[in-house]
Design a protein around this ligand. Structure first.
Ligand code: ADP
Ligand code: MG
Length: 229
């Protein structure tokens, strides 16, 4: 469960404050897939950075999984991110010097859970994304779609409560993008995680339980299938 309570965010620029988000209120249920739309520069990545405790709001409160992010220390926020969040990026962000499987083990190592169980789980996920036979390959030998499938497995391997995807199909062709989204949708639904996805592709909207748009710093609900109460 994610709660945004009167969240505002301003960046200071040349001594002036520029408000990107203004008094945003929303809450999200476990298992919901939310798609976030909005023009370039409207504040989509800013909102993801707030929900993942990379950045703090200028005012307001954010709760994720019962924890108030806004009262945490820097160190607590780092631990929170490591344990509770999975990230998927437009450019995959796999570590080029590690193999596919080593990339998958990274979140487990950071959390001190890369034991036999953890490794088995990682391999299981690699099978689910259809890449178990590529486990020892370097990421740059894989196609874009394959790299993103590894990135999806990596984002899920430490069993986070929340998956954040910032334009995950932005660097893929339409068919590959669709396959990646189907996989993301299946795996997050199967495990009951919240998925928060920024996208420009209209076909993604069909997968979403909720579609939100940022306009002039406000979050507008475009459509709601799952009740937000
Ligand atoms: P989007 O992801 O929707 O394209 P962003 O959230 O990245 O938009 O940015 C929203 C606005 O905030 C933009 O005008 C951007 O220039 C500004 N911005 C983002 N990050 C910073 C920062 N660290 N410092 C100053 N301004 C920023
Ligand atoms: Mg962005």
């Amino acid at each position: 469960m994610i709660i945004l309570n009167d969240v505002s965010k301003a960046y200071s620029e040349a001594g002036q404050q520029r408000w990107v988000l203004r008094n945003v209120n929303a809450h999200f249920l476990p298992g919901e897939c939310t798609v976030l739309l909005g023009r370039s520069g409207s504040g989509k990545s800013t909102l993801l950075n707030l929900v993942s405790a990379i950045d703090s709001p200028t005012s307001g409160m954010i709760y994720v999984d019962g924890t108030n992010l806004t009262t945490m220390s820097e160190h607590e926020r780092t631990l929170f991110r490591r344990r509770k969040i999975g990230f998927i990026f437009q450019f995959f962000n796999l570590v080029p010097t590690l193999s596919v499987f080593e990339n998958l083990l990274l979140p487990l190592e950071l959390n001190g859970i890369a034991d036999a169980n953890g490794r088995r789980h990682a391999l299981d996920l690699l099978e689910q994304v259809g890449l178990a036979d590529r486990r020892d390959t370097a990421p740059d030998r894989l196609s874009g779609g394959e790299q993103q499938r590894v990135a999806i497995a990596r984002a899920l391997v430490h069993n986070p409560v929340l998956l954040l995807a910032d334009e995950p199909t932005g660097n893929l062709d339409i068919d590959t993008g669709r396959q990646v989204l189907d996989l993301l949708d299946t795996l997050t639904k199967q495990t009951g995680k919240n998925l928060f996805m920024v996208t420009h592709s209209p076909e993604v909207v069909g997968l979403a339980d909720r579609v939100l748009r940022i306009v002039d710093g406000k979050l507008q609900e475009q459509r709601s299938v799952v009740s937000s109460q």
